[in-house]
Design a protein around this ligand. Structure first.
Ligand code: AMP
Length: 205
């Protein structure tokens, strides 16, 4: 289908480091990083979408698809109009969407998934600790409470993990998210750079 954004998905359980990798990638010319969690957190807390976000995220639940897709599309449109994201030359690095199979079907009309980076961490307890620490430093209400964090993992297993089976297995690159951000980034780049070259060539000639 013409006109779909060429995209890479950062996929993995909460706290595995998608945001860290996404932000690093977003600094590289030619990559545009978009995290739906950041989109939601940037909303006015008194707006309809902002209220929905607080209502669901504070319980460790997914925001209903209708609101999520609306927030995502609105943000994409703004970024395109501001020329922060240039669909013809930038690879879209999506982090946090799609988070269930229904969202995967909906975003299919807008994105062409070229690769899925499946970040895997062997130790869940370590991730929970990491998320609690992050909640303190970033003031994230959804990760302040251990029972909410545990609920987020359940939601991941029940609703998000099945998204992987929706896509062709050959699109998926498993990356073990252990080590420093730079070490993990090296593996992520190994999977993404060939995809970028195939679709956009070398912008510097
Ligand atoms: P994150 O920063 O990606 O961990 O997202 C924080 C919270 O935002 C999640 O726990 C959800 O409540 C909400 N959220 C983010 N992305 C989505 C999505 N694609 N679908 C539904 N809810 C989402």
């Amino acid at each position: 289908m013409a006109g779909r954004y060429q995209s890479v998905l950062l996929f993995g359980a909460p706290g595995v480091g998608k945001g860290t990798q996404g932000k690093l990638l977003g600094h590289i010319p030619g990559f545009f990083h978009l995290a739906t969690g950041d989109v939601f957190r940037s909303l006015d807390k008194e707006s309809e979408l902002g209220k929905k976000f607080l209502e669901y995220s504070s319980q460790g639940l997914l925001v209903p698809d209708e609101f999520t897709i609306r927030a995502w599309q609105g943000y994409m449109q703004q970024k395109i109009e501001a020329e922060d994201f240039r669909p013809g030359t930038d690879l879209l690095v999506l982090d946090g969407i799609p988070r269930n199979v229904n969202q995967a079907k909906i975003v299919d009309a807008h994105i062409e998934v070229l690769r899925i980076i499946h970040l895997k961490a062997p130790n869940i307890d370590e991730m929970v600790q990491r998320m609690k620490k992050r909640a303190e430093t970033e003031g994230r209400i959804d990760d302040a409470d251990e029972s909410v964090i545990r609920r987020r993992f359940e939601v991941y297993d029940e609703e998000t993990a099945p998204v992987l089976s929706y896509y062709d297995a050959h699109l998926i690159s498993d990356v073990i998210a252990v080590g420093t951000p730079a070490e993990v980034l090296m593996q992520v780049l190994q999977a993404i750079v060939p995809v970028y070259r195939d679709h956009f060539g070398n912008p510097l000639g």
